[in-house]
Ligand binder design. Structure first.
Ligand SMILES: Cc1cc2nc3c(=O)[nH]c(=O)nc-3n(C[C@H](O)[C@H](O)[C@H](O)COP(=O)(O)OP(=O)(O)OC[C@H]3O[C@@H](n4cnc5c(N)ncnc54)[C@H](O)[C@@H]3O)c2cc1C
Length: 311
């Protein structure tokens, strides 16, 4: 059996991992030069910062087993359950689920899951037809594991209506700014920023990664991000001003901005994945509450559906 997985974010890699562990031959195509997708870690001034997902949370026993293995291997660690909250009336704190971080950056977790897979980076798939075939190469099944607007460009119009409706749902953008300072001038692990025109969250990346570097990572509202479609770097000054004003900080030493055009779906999905009679499956975080755990579960459950179908 041969399956082609397109997209090496956590959903695609989880799907490929489960298929390979069951004895299926899988090739994973990833258009970027690295795997991880939105579990993204980027090097600025010689230090890695998490510029996609801020952390991960765990609720299902199956995902807990995976995260437990990462913890035992020193790849993931519980980070914080307490977040600061800023609203127009001032500061408070909120306690929620344990949030997990990765000393090597969240991408390192996807890399770990991808170890030993036939992963072809720098390979953008262009066309999936009902063969199913990817760019003319036949497979017994094909998996698309990426945001709907990216997947819909690839698929043949014959793909069934349910899948098309899911793929055509709206997605929201965000900018993520990494700000380096000369020293640490804040006392929270992360802060939710409510009703702010620019910011939604600010994370202490030094505390998150465990090296205590004086680095903050700030996420912006979609409305703000949409003003900088052509040039994300042009937002640096406004984001820095917003962070400095919020936290009463001196000027940053550097500000780097990354734009996510498809940061998250506007509405959570209801089914855990799509798998149709044409043997094209679709997985990702849009198939539930958009977060890392949902994407892992979506890819894993899709793999099980494919195994049952091809058996
Ligand atoms: C700013 C931000 C903050 C977030 N914060 C959190 C958080 O705190 N906690 C949390 O749990 N989640 C968070 N998330 C969500 C989390 O990152 C996602 O739920 C998860 O990483 C989605 O994984 P995925 O595999 O479904 O998709 P993706 O990670 O988007 O992976 C899709 C992959 O497909 C590839 N691809 C696309 N088109 C093609 C093609 N044609 N050919 C080949 N490859 C292709 C892409 O390059 C990408 O690698 C955040 C996301 C963002 C953007």
């Amino acid at each position: 059996m041969q399956v082609t997985v397109v997209g090496a974010g956590i959903a695609g890699v989880a799907c490929a991992r489960a298929l390979v562990d069951a004895g299926v031959t899988v090739r994973v195509l990833e258009r970027s030069h690295v795997c991880g997708g939105r579990m993204a870690t980027k090097r600025y001034d010689g230090r890695r910062a998490d510029i996609g997902a801020g952390y991960l949370t765990v609720s299902s026993p199956r995902f807990a087993a995976v995260v437990g293995r990462w913890r035992d291997a020193g790849l993931a660690r519980p980070w914080t359950s307490t977040m600061a909250v800023h609203s127009p009336s001032g500061w408070s704190t909120t306690t929620g689920p344990e949030r997990w971080a990765a000393p090597g950056g969240l991408r390192s977790l996807v890399e770990d899951l991808a170890a030993g897979l036939d992963l072809r980076t720098g390979h953008a798939a262009e066309w999936v037809d009902p063969g199913p075939r990817v760019d003319g190469v036949p497979a017994d099944a094909v998996v698309l594991a990426m945001p709907g607007p990216q997947a819909v460009r690839l698929v043949h119009p014959g793909l069934n209506r349910t899948a098309r409706a899911a793929l055509n749902r709206a997605w929201l953008s965000s900018l993520v700014a990494t700000l380096a300072f000369d020293r640490r001038g804040w006392d929270f692990a992360g802060a939710f920023v409510n009703e702010h025109p620019v910011l939604t969250t600010v994370f202490d990346d030094g505390s998150r990664r465990g090296d205590d570097a004086p680095v903050l990572v700030a996420h912006t509202t979609t409305e703000f991000a949409d003003q900088f479609v052509a040039d994300a770097a042009a937002a640096a000054e406004d984001v820095e001003s917003a962070v400095r004003e919020l936290l009463d900080l001196p000027a940053a030493l550097s500000v780097n901005v990354h734009r996510w055009t498809f940061a998250r779906p506007a509405e959570p999905g209801h089914a855990p994945f799509h798998y149709g009679p044409e043997r094209v499956g679709i997985a990702g975080d849009a198939w539930g509450t958009p977060k890392v755990e949902t994407a892992w579960l979506s890819g894993t459950l899709l793999a099980e559906a494919i195994l049952a179908d091809l058996a």
